[in-house]
Ligand binder design. Structure first.
Ligand code: SIN
Length: 284
């Protein structure tokens, strides 16, 4: 059966009629084209083992073993994205794009639902193509001619663990705060030429972007906030309602994501594999 690819209204496409564990080369090509075109895929009705998940990820490139997330006990390639019933904070609630703090940010992440709450726990995705397109001409010119500074330190570094009273809640879920402290800030264009599609995409995010190159932080902050308010408008946001067997594969250079934290008292377990990316070039 050939894959059925259905574009979604705000961002991405849903794919049915494939088994990612046994994908033929032709079907893989169809999925890869959909990934390039849409930057976000929801693939339904899968039953991937951990080994299948790793094998599918390896078809896209090298796996980036996340230095901050707790790894799966038997498969270090898999980062555990877990919230237990007694925990209040979740991983990834604030809008972000994974690994923008790296010199070569990750291509994307493949998230497999392992245990879902009875309701809630959706993931929201915002299209950075549409967000860029929706800017006015003056802001387009500004972002096309500037670069932004990104960091992991405030999110994963030692200081993050003293930031507020909730941090104990993340014990065992994040590690390597000393690595985050040692990482240099990195600079990326505020609008990139997407490495796969060639389209311009806004590339700043509320979690890891900390400033604009050559500007005082207090001058940069309102500009970044204005961009964030713009990009998180519902017209750019696609909601994924997880079902057992759903796999999400997002391109970190095309979308932001935010995990909803609305299922207190229940467990949610997701397995995430992140694929290495490349250095990012400014939009032409
Ligand atoms: C993440 O930010 O990678 C987690 C997304 C989710 O749990 O839905």
């Amino acid at each position: 059966m050939a894959p059925t690819i259905t574009p979604l209204p705000q961002a991405g496409a849903e794919i049915t009629g494939v088994d990612l564990a046994t994908l033929s080369d032709d079907d893989f090509t169809a999925v890869r084209t959909a990934f390039t075109d849409h930057g976000l895929l929801f693939i339904r009705d899968q039953s991937l083992t951990e080994t299948d998940h790793i094998a599918f990820a390896e078809r896209w490139g090298d796996i980036n073993i996340n230095r901050f997330f707790t790894a799966h006990d038997d498969h270090p390639q898999i980062a555990m994205v877990v919230k237990e019933p007694e925990q209040t904070g979740n991983i990834g609630e604030v809008w972000h794009t994974d690994h923008s703090y790296d010199v070569e940010p990750a291509l994307g992440s493949i998230l497999v639902a392992r245990e879902l709450p009875s309701s809630g726990g959706d993931t929201h995705f915002a299209s950075m193509y549409a967000a860029y397109e929706g800017l006015d001409d003056e802001m387009k010119e500004f972002v096309r001619t500037n670069r932004a500074i990104h960091s992991a330190r405030h999110a994963f570094g030692a200081a993050a663990f003293y930031r507020d009273g909730d941090q104990d809640d993340f014990e065992g879920r994040y590690s390597n705060s000393d690595v985050a402290d040692a990482m240099d800030d990195v600079v990326h264009p505020m609008v990139i030429e997407h490495p796969l599609s060639g389209r311009p995409a806004l590339y700043v995010n509320p979690t890891f972007t900390i400033g604009i190159e050559g500007m005082e932080r207090e001058d940069a902050r309102p500009i970044l906030k204005q961009l964030y308010r713009h990009a998180m408008q519902p017209r750019f946001v696609q909601v994924l309602e997880w079902r057992p067997g759903t796999v999400a594969f997002w391109d970190n250079r095309a979308v932001w994501h935010s995990a909803q934290n609305d299922y207190h008292g229940e467990r949610r377990i997701m397995h995430r594999i992140t694929i290495e990316g490349c250095a990012l070039s400014p939009a032409a």
